[in-house]
Write a protein that binds this ligand. Structure first.
Ligand SMILES: Cc1cc2nc3c(=O)[nH]c(=O)nc-3n(C[C@H](O)[C@H](O)[C@H](O)COP(=O)(O)OP(=O)(O)OC[C@H]3O[C@@H](n4cnc5c(N)ncnc54)[C@H](O)[C@@H]3O)c2cc1C
Length: 402
């Protein structure tokens, strides 16, 4: 979602009290998921991608003793989830970071009531935020921050990360079945069984395949399908916006900035946030999340060092030189848009038209299925949507439904 979009929605709907994201999103949640079902299936399955969706689907296969393998392009699990435990004195989310919903969504994802209550979470209810239009800085009023939290309740993990949550509940139980560094380049579903080829030329054959790569990877035609994908399916991929973007983390010797800074202006989509918000830690880490079109201006600078310099200059303008005075010369930049096996940031899944969603989710001859953030029929955002789509797709796959 546009980083500023949330704030606008807060003002319009939150204050009118007629609509709120939390209850709206919760309304679409299933009472039970595939994780609580029992399946009898004696075929073989290949899952492509070990992100949140692929791991969630794999966990269902694992629980039901289905024979399967996960082919993952990179050397790690998690996809757009990542964690750094080295940069600061607390674990940092390199990809997804916020739970964009009421915390109870965690119970639905694990299928275990009490999950949310057993994890220390931080209500992301800001007390101190600013707005920067490139020239002047103003403080955001408390009523606006209160309205934002009531319209769009969000939480963060206090001593943990989204990555760790997904690894613990979905990654660890299936990890032995992951074949890392196995980028898939071709899927042939013209015969009775499906043939899957990797870049190294390895051939895997199964009865059903579940594709969970990002829509950026699908748009880029990295995987050749035989028979080719229909023009309608390809048009549905193209319809979905998948902006470029990066996360930059900077360490300072003291905190001179507020909880968050919203950046405004023409062709701007970026925000700063205090990464330590609500955490009992000593380090001071400020994050910058930049997406298309803001990210293009940073890319034009040519190097990471030049980006860091530009960011420090901007912060100095806002805070009277405090950034360069207190910068510890430590930064970390994660450019998700430029990662070969991701090619973007996130999708505003809940905005996808129903007809497009149906096309995105349609199987190929009941042999090849699709799951991932973009396939989320539960209309959530980000990680929960990806996990739920994994459950839903594997349910259809095992039942032979479209
Ligand atoms: C910077 C950033 C911030 C975000 N913030 C949030 C947030 O705060 N909260 C939230 O809920 N969500 C957030 N998201 C979105 C969230 O990360 C995604 O919705 C979710 O992780 C998507 O999971 P997925 O399984 O659908 O896809 P992915 O995580 O993209 O997983 C796909 C997997 O497929 C693998 N793969 C790709 N190509 C191939 C191939 N050819 N062969 C084999 N494997 C392949 C990839 O390596 C990857 O492991 C954020 C994302 C980004 C990038």
């Amino acid at each position: 979602m546009r980083i500023r979009y949330i704030v606008k929605f807060t003002m319009i709907f939150g204050l009118m009290g007629c609509f709120a994201w939390g209850p709206r999103a919760s309304k679409y949640l299933p009472e039970t998921t595939a994780l609580q079902q029992h399946y009898d299936y004696d075929g073989e399955v290949i899952i492509i991608g070990a992100g949140a969706a692929g791991l969630a689907a794999a966990r269902v296969l694992e629980e039901n003793n289905v024979s399967y393998v996960i082919l993952e392009a990179t050397a790690r699990l998690g996809g757009r989830l990542g964690e750094s435990t080295e940069f600061a004195d607390f674990p940092i989310d390199l990809g997804a970071e916020w739970i964009h919903n009421n915390a109870e969504i965690l119970d639905v994802l694990t299928g275990e009531p009490g999950t949310a209550a057993s994890i220390e979470l931080i209500p992301y209810h800001l007390k101190n935020a600013g707005r920067w239009d490139g020239e002047s800085y103003e403080t955001v009023s408390q009523w606006e921050l209160d309205a934002r939290f009531s319209y769009f309740p969000e939480y963060k993990f206090k001593n943990s990360t989204w990555f760790n949550f997904v690894r613990t509940h979905f990654g660890v139980p299936v990890e032995e079945k992951i074949k890392y560094e196995s980028p898939v380049t071709a899927i042939d579903y013209s015969g009775e069984r499906v043939e899957v080829k990797t870049e190294e030329g390895q051939l895997f054959v199964a009865d059903k395949v579940l594709v969970t790569v990002s829509v950026g990877v699908l748009k880029a035609d990295v995987i050749a399908f035989n028979p080719p994908l229909s023009a309608t399916k390809r048009a549905a991929f193209e319809e979905v916006e998948f902006d470029q973007g990066f996360k930059l983390f900077l360490k300072f010797s003291e905190q001179f900035y507020p909880d968050a800074i919203e950046c405004t202006g023409e062709a701007v989509d970026k925000a700063y946030w205090d990464v330590t918000f609500g955490k009992d830690v000593n380090d001071h880490v400020l994050g910058l999340l930049a997406r298309t079109p803001s990210v293009e201006n940073y890319y034009a600078l040519g190097s990471e060092e030049a980006i860091v310099t530009a960011v420090l200059e901007e912060l100095d303008l806002m805070f009277d030189g405090a950034a360069s005075r207190t910068y510890t010369e430590e930064y970390m930049l994660l450019d998700w848009g430029r990662q070969e096996h991701v090619r973007g940031t996130w999708v505003e899944g809940f905005l996808i038209e129903n007809a497009t969603l149906e096309t995105l989710n349609a199987s190929l001859a009941h042999k090849v299925y699709f799951a991932g953030e973009v396939n989320d029929a539960r209309r959530q955002l980000g990680v929960p949507g990806a996990i739920l789509s994994g459950f839903d797709a594997v349910d259809r796959l095992l039942k032979g439904q479209d």
